[in-house]
Design a protein around this ligand. Structure first.
Ligand SMILES: *Cc1c(COP(=O)(O)O)cnc(C)c1O
Length: 407
């Protein structure tokens, strides 16, 4: 089937929840994807921060193949070696953590919310969670209620009670929102979907202090920036603090669905047999893939590359943006990069896709880059050259529109 045939077939039967780009992909290799018409695309999108090692990474492919041939599922009534090994690995990476497996970011965050509530239930009947405006924590009713974006709430009210939303990067606002019922604060280290909003370096440090003072759990949603994207395994590790609970998904499985909540041992103890679960959670194929991802991150210099090439891209993008004139700010860390434009990002995204570079627009005016962490400098330059042309053509179009509007 070609692009058009696949797209037509899909749209005939899918519920229309995604505003899709009309492309259908059939295979990928490293930083490149190939569509059903045989065109090659450079991928700075990575399936929304999922395929962080690029496509078809040999470690991940081998792990999936070998596990698929042995065993694909037994449920959490039993144990498997990949699940045991991955739990142990995440336990050590976090530092005496206890792990719950699900299949997505929303499920990981849902587990964190339930853990916080259950912990608070036994600690004065506290249940309220403070989250932030502009955040994204998922689409289940619980995680949607923690998501500080009105547009995602529309038509789904009433939301789950017990959530309060305060401005991001504002510790005083959290402090003002505290009540005797407050049990936890939930934040992203960098707001990804919200526009690559990068807080002051001491934000998490000061939140940690506040949480310690007020006996609150600090939940850090690492679903987008975790697993090396900022140049460290977890985003919170850029700050020196330790959260009480972190959540992981997206890049954890190298393209296979998996989510995980990792919590401090003493807190996690309130989740006892029967209190929470997920049929597919800890699936052996997903866990084998995740172990391969972690091996690559730890042994192949991938995170150092993300920091170095990502830092280079941020610098170059600042220079390109200054010359093009339609970039207000370039922000991010490592391989999560946002260029805030003076106009909607869509024209730039479309111009890049037309030149076979996949990028993403978010929060209306933010051009978001989520390249593979093992991107080479040559691949970075190839993508940046396309972005440079796209920014210039969009700047020229915006200027012409303004001039004709004024005339
Ligand atoms: C994508 C995302 C989620 C939701 O993950 P799903 O796998 O789509 O449920 C949650 N939190 C953050 C920070 C995300 O970027």
């Amino acid at each position: 089937m070609n692009n058009a045939e696949i797209i037509e077939l899909a749209h005939a039967s899918l519920i229309n929840t995604y505003g899709c780009t009309p492309l259908a992909f059939v295979r990928g290799h490293g930083a490149y994807l190939y569509d059903a018409d045989g065109n090659r695309y450079l991928d700075f999108f990575c399936g929304l921060a999922v395929t962080s090692l690029g496509h078809g990474h040999p470690r991940v492919v081998r792990a999936i193949k070998e596990q698929a041939e042995k065993l694909t599922h037994v449920s959490n009534v039993f144990h498997t070696e990949p699940m045991a090994r991955l739990a142990s690995k995440l336990d050590h990476l976090f530092g005496d953590g206890r792990v719950f497996f699900g299949n997505s970011g929303a499920e990981a965050n849902e587990a964190a919310i339930k853990l916080a509530r259950r912990w608070g239930h036994g600690d004065g009947g506290r249940f309220e969670i403070i989250a932030t405006l502009g955040s994204f924590h998922g689409r289940t009713l619980g995680t949607l209620s923690a998501t500080g974006q009105e547009k995602y709430h529309q038509g789904f009210q009433p939301l789950v009670p017990g959530f309060k939303l305060v401005p991001y990067d504002d510790v005083a606002a959290v402090e003002r929102a505290l009540t005797p019922q407050t049990v936890a604060v939930m934040v992203e280290p960098i707001q990804g979907e919200g526009g690559v909003v990068t807080p002051h370096p001491d934000y998490l440090v000061r939140l940690r202090e506040l949480c310690d003072r007020a006996r609150l759990l600090l939940i850090v949603d690492e679903v987008q920036v975790g697993m090396g994207r900022t140049g460290k395994m977890f985003g919170f590790q850029q700050t020196g603090i330790k959260p009480d609970i972190i959540t992981l998904a997206k890049a954890l499985g190298g393209g296979v669905p998996i989510g995980a909540m990792v919590a401090k041992a003493e807190i996690s103890a309130v989740l006892t047999p029967g209190t929470h679960g997920s049929t597919f959670g800890g699936n052996p194929i997903a866990c084998a893939a995740a172990l391969a991802v972690i091996d690559a991150l730890e042994q192949d210099g991938v995170m150092a590359n993300a920091a170095e090439v990502g830092g280079y891209m941020i610098e170059r993008l600042r220079a390109i943006g200054a010359a093009a004139g339609n970039v207000r700010e370039v922000r991010g860390q490592g391989m999560i990069i946002g260029a805030v434009l003076t106009h909607p990002a869509k024209s730039v995204v479309d111009a890049c896709v037309a030149e076979r570079l996949l990028v993403n627009g978010t929060a209306d005016t933010v051009l978001r880059l989520l390249p593979p962490l093992n991107l080479t400098r040559e691949e970075a330059d190839a993508g940046l050259a396309i972005i440079e042309r796209a920014l210039h053509s969009s700047a020229a179009a915006a200027k012409a529109a303004k001039a004709s509007g004024a005339a």
